[in-house]
Structures are given as structure tokens and as C-alpha cells.
Design a protein around this ligand. Structure first.
Ligand code: 13P
Ligand code: ZN
Length: 279
């Protein structure tokens, strides 16, 4: 318990303020009904060191279920399991926390927050595996993993074929800037039971190639170096999914779209490399 302790440094940390703001932004978008969604941020060594004297009596070590050796000794800000994004801004101490990963990279313990018996998100195995994969894929730049129940993305998983190609093309063609934001496309995972190691492994395999992965009939996982980029990616994908769904529901045949030639022209002028497999 840390209730009577000082926590000015932790609460004033830009990474903590940004974390809380992102939870609130997601709530305001309507992507976090009840306890839906979760967020994690890999702290820098400097941030963790700055906060260390405000950490509390650590909790018990708990096995992750999957080893994440590249994350040994790292600290993460995480949302709590069963906690509501709606409440993060008004009550961070009970809804979010900081967890430490042990030296073997196979267990976590709470060092701050998640007061009165809270636990990190049930999707922690997916978050940590994705962090591990994205950390490697980006040379250490990636720090944020975000899961939201983006309404229109979920709706599309009922009507589009569940392939990376179909989703990537549908999203690229529904908003001109999409190919610039995620030129590699998006990955798609078939429906799976949430919260386990199977879905964590399937998602992290996709995260080797993509910054974003769609979970059929469930939601969206995105990654990024900072909150703005990760949130912006989720926002861009969800907006494009909304346009796609509106077009499908318009009751008119599609008369024109963004062609493959157009996509290539965008890639050329914006200097990004489009995933040619999807053209
Ligand atoms: P948690 O409350 O455990 O984070 O679960 C929410 C969720 O969206 C599961 O996929
Ligand atoms: Zn979910």
C-alpha cells in the first residue's frame, strides 16, 4: 500500500500524465465501455529511476505465463484488470499501476498503484509479448501498446473476409492518408478467447510485420513509440473503418474508389513503402 506516501514525482511525470490523458481520450471516443480495453507504456530507465523512491512495498511476483526475456528488469505503466477507463483520470491510484518485470523476464510484481487488490490487465501477456516484438522491430523505439474496442473496426470483422489483405485494402481505400500512416497494412487475428497466451502468441506473430492488429469480433491492438502516435494510429484505423462501413451501408453501388495506381502514387509522393503483397 502506498496511500500515505508522497507520489508527486510519479504523478508529475509526463509519461504518467500522457498515460492518463490517453485513457481519457479513448473513453471519450466511446472505445472503452465498462472495463473494455487496456493500455501499457514501457518506462525509460530514467523515468523508472526518478520514481523509484516513491514506489511502494512491492507485491508478490506472479508468473507471466510466457517468457519475455528482452523485457527483463523493465517497468511498465499498465491499466488494471476490470478497471474502467472512464475512472482513470479521477482515480489513477486504483485503476492503473506500475509493474516491474523480474530479471528472468518471466514474472511481474506491482510497485505502485492498483491499490486495494488491483491486478494488471488480463491482456498483460499480449501486451508484454507485443512490447517485446515491437521493441526489437523498432530498435527499442516502441513504448506504447494499446487495446481498444473500436466500434467500426469490430463491425467490419462481421462482414469482411478475415485476412490481412482484405482489411488492409479496405482501410487503405477508405481514407487517403491511411497508406501513409500504416503502409505495411494491418494484421487480422481470428476470433479467440481473450486474455490468454494463445491470443498473445497469435498477436505478437502479427506484430512482427504490422503496427496494428485487429481481433475479430473484439477490437484493435496498436503499437507506437509514444502516446500520440499509437492513439493516432487507432484513431485513423477506426475512422477509416467507419467510412468503409458507411459506404457499405449507403445502399448504392461503389462508383469510384482509391485505385492501386492511386495508392502507389501516394506512397511515391510521401516516401513510404507500401506492402506490395496487398496491391
Ligand atoms: P481487462 O479489464 O482485464 O483489461 O480486460 C478488458 C479487455 O478489453 C479484454 O480484452
Ligand atoms: Zn478487449
Amino acid at each position: 500500500m502506498c496511500r500515505d506516501r508522497k507520489m508527486d514525482k510519479i504523478m508529475q511525470l509526463p509519461a504518467m500524465k500522457g498515460f492518463i490523458r490517453m485513457c481519457d481520450d479513448g473513453w471519450l471516443q466511446g472505445w472503452h465501455e465498462r472495463n473494455g480495453g487496456n493500455l501499457s507504456y514501457r518506462m525509460t530507465r530514467e523515468e523508472a529511476a526518478l520514481c523509484a523512491d516513491e514506489f511502494c512495498e512491492p507485491g508478490e511476483w506472479t508468473a507471466i505465463g510466457l517468457p519475455v526475456r528482452s523485457l527483463a528488469g523493465e517497468y511498465f505503466i499498465v491499466t488494471g484488470s476490470g478497471k474502467y477507463f472512464r475512472n482513470v483520470k479521477s482515480d489513477p491510484l486504483h485503476t492503473i499501476g506500475i509493474v516491474e518485470i523480474n530479471g528472468q523476464g518471466d514474472a511481474w510484481r506491482i510497485v505502485w498503484g492498483l491499490e486495494e487488490g488491483g491486478r494488471p490487465t488480463s491482456e498483460l501477456p499480449t501486451h508484454l509479448m507485443n512490447h517485446s516484438v515491437r521493441k526489437e522491430a523498432t530498435g527499442g523505439a516502441n513504448r506504447v501498446i494499446y487495446h481498444c474496442h473500436a466500434t467500426n473496426v469490430i463491425a467490419l470483422t462481421y462482414v469482411l473476409p478475415l485476412t490481412d489483405r482484405d482489411f488492409s485494402r479496405a482501410l487503405w481505400q477508405s481514407a487517403t492518408e491511411c497508406p501513409v500512416v500504416f503502409p505495411e497494412g494491418v494484421g487480422v487475428c481470428p476470433w479467440m478467447v481473450p486474455g490468454g497466451t494463445q491470443i498473445a502468441e497469435a498477436t505478437s506473430r502479427q506484430m512482427e510485420k504490422y503496427q496494428a492488429v485487429i481481433w475479430a469480433q473484439h477490437g484493435l491492438f496498436v503499437s507506437g513509440p509514444d502516446y500520440d502516435t499509437a492513439f493516432g494510429l487507432a484513431h485513423t484505423i477506426e475512422k477509416s473503418a467507419e467510412i468503409c462501413r458507411l459506404v457499405m451501408a449507403a445502399g448504392q453501388p461503389v462508383r469510384q474508389t482509391i485505385t492501386d495506381e492511386n495508392l502507389r502514387a501516394i506512397a511515391r509522393d510521401f516516401g513510404v513503402e507500401l506492402n506490395e503483397e496487398f496491391l
